[in-house]
Ligand binder design. Structure first.
Ligand SMILES: *Cc1c(COP(=O)(O)O)cnc(C)c1O
Length: 382
């Protein structure tokens, strides 16, 4: 059975295992550490929740179906998913990464994975010729975000996918910002899709989660082995929260994007706003490529204001929009990337990318647009 997207958000591809015979509509939370065996040499398929748990498994089935992957594996956070993924590499392997990644991903690459002998270099993956030039004989993966966090740079997934195939290395795509509702990197050549489920998949700012979606069963088995061995699998209750969040993913994404399009337009007209980075604006340099490879623009907007005082004022004065890190939920949040998500990036690199005192990032929620505009209007006023 291959359902369409909105149906899959509720039922996956209907491969739900008959774990319960009550007819429950909401998938049960299997809050158990371990499972009894019917007899010696027999297992119900479940032994111990670090290895398998039915609630986590149901989430994995649904997310795999949404991304068109062979399997998905759920972790306790997006970073736990990145950490597990890095365990498939060997000392001496090289990873070529987008130079505007989520700050935590750069932190784990540079400060943790480096101890395993991994070498990571960063380039602007918008420039495909440069990606080709920077591939090394030991390059085992290309790691991209598109659009990137927070500067919204776009990478041509099909083109990097072709390069990865030619070079016999993996293409890993962090698809957190667009979610599977708007973009499916596996169909464009990715081998691994990463999600911080904390963001759009969960959608309610109430739990952390991470997912790896694997294009092949072979890769999935490697990741499952690492997951059960290192033990950062998503707990049952959190799996259930993400399952519940995904049920409304399509309507949240549409409603958040609708608000974001209006807000980006409004921001562009404000004298104190110097530039707006939103991939839904035709003036965005990645607009055409993003349009070709996705079905939408999402609801993340970054913008530069005229002076530091304006940025600080906005953050201090917003009432409805909350000054907090994270993104993708139904509540609108505003972030100061320099002080929050990207605080650990060396200053010179940060400044060069435009992540400076003047940059703010908005995650647009589902509030009424007039209320969002009124809040920003009073916050930006002198
Ligand atoms: C938040 C985020 C992560 C990390 O996920 P956590 O769930 O916070 O661990 C990774 N990539 C992107 C793009 C993110 O926004």
């Amino acid at each position: 059975m291959d359902y369409q997207f909105n149906t899959k958000c509720l039922h996956g591809n209907n491969e739900k295992k008959p774990v319960d015979n009550t007819g429950t509509i909401s998938f049960p939370i299997y809050q158990t550490a371990t499972f009894a065996h019917p007899s010696v040499g027999n297992s119900t398929g479940y032994d111990y929740s670090r290895s398998q748990n039915p609630t986590r498994e149901q989430l994995e089935l649904i997310v795999a179906s949404l991304e068109g992957g062979a399997q998905a594996v759920a972790f306790s956070s997006g970073m736990a998913a990145v950490n597990a993924l890095m365990e498939i590499f060997q000392p001496g392997d090289h990873i070529l990464a987008s130079d505007d990644l989520y700050g935590g991903t750069i932190r784990i690459f540079d400060n943790i994975n480096i101890k395993n002998g991994l070498e990571v270099s960063y380039i602007n993956t918008f420039d495909i010729d440069d990606v080709k030039k920077k591939l090394q004989p030991n390059t085992k993966a290309i790691f991209v975000e598109t659009p990137t966090n927070p500067m919204m740079n776009v990478t041509d997934l099909q083109k990097v996918g072709e390069l990865a195939k030619q070079h016999d290395c993996l293409l890993i795509v962090d698809n957190t910002f667009l979610s599977p509702y708007f973009q499916n990197p596996i169909a464009l050549g990715a081998d691994v899709v990463l999600h911080s489920g904390t963001k759009f998949l969960g959608g309610h700012n109430d739990t952390l989660a991470g997912l790896l979606v694997l294009a092949t069963d072979e890769l999935a088995e490697k990741i499952r082995y690492i997951s059960k061995t290192t033990g950062a699998g998503l707990p049952p209750f959190d799996s259930w929260l993400i399952l519940r969040g995904i049920k409304t993913l399509p309507i949240r994404m549409e409603s958040q994007q609708k608000n974001a399009l209006i807000l980006a337009d409004w921001l562009e007209k404000q004298p104190k706003v110097k530039s707006v980075y939103y991939i839904g604006l035709p003036s965005h340099p990645g607009y055409e490529i993003n349009k070709k490879q996705s079905r939408g623009f999402g609801s993340m907007i970054s913008f530069h204001v005229d002076k530091e005082e304006t940025a600080v004022n906005i953050l201090n004065k917003v009432k409805l929009i909350q000054y907090a890190e994270s993104l993708g939920g139904v509540e609108s949040l505003i972030t100061y990337p320099m002080l929050q998500t990207h605080a650990d990036i060396p200053e010179d690199i940060r400044e060069e990318k435009g992540i400076n005192r003047l940059l703010l990032r908005l995650s647009v929620g589902i509030e009424d647009i007039d209320d969002l505009i009124a809040d920003l209007e009073q916050a930006i006023a002198d």
